[in-house]
Design a protein. Structure first.
Length: 118
């Protein structure tokens, strides 16, 4: 049996960030994760996610590299609760809740991200 050279799986998503420590602390606070993992090679932080991973990377950051459209969405079981939570954290929300299902926001570097009710 011949093995597939490329699997139909996403291993991780990279997010360009300007300040790796500041981004680590912000994402860990928003996701309620411990911010005690190691910053690798001075520019990478692997968020401890379930499923597909997220790696914050300050080496690839430039304003041109920030996401202008969400490259993925974070899941929630309650979109209203997630929306109010992000507002309470003073996150820049860039859409209202759309179709009772999702909304977009920006991280500290202006990356557009999404939260979607699963």
């Amino acid at each position: 049996m011949k093995s597939k050279p490329i699997l139909n799986q996403i291993g991780t998503t990279f997010i360009p960030v300007s300040d790796i420590k500041r981004a680590r602390d912000w994402y860990c606070e928003i996701l309620e994760l411990p911010a005690d993992g190691e910053i690798l090679f001075g520019h990478l932080y692997v968020l401890p996610m379930k499923g597909t991973g997220i790696v914050l990377d300050s080496k690839i950051f430039s304003e041109e590299n920030t996401y202008k459209a969400p490259p993925f969405h974070l899941n929630t079981n309650n979109i209203e609760q997630a929306y109010q939570y992000m507002k309470s954290k003073n996150v820049e929300i860039i859409t209202k809740i759309e179709h009772n299902h999702w909304f977009n926001f920006k991280d500290l570097d202006g990356n557009h991200l999404m939260i979607c009710q699963c």
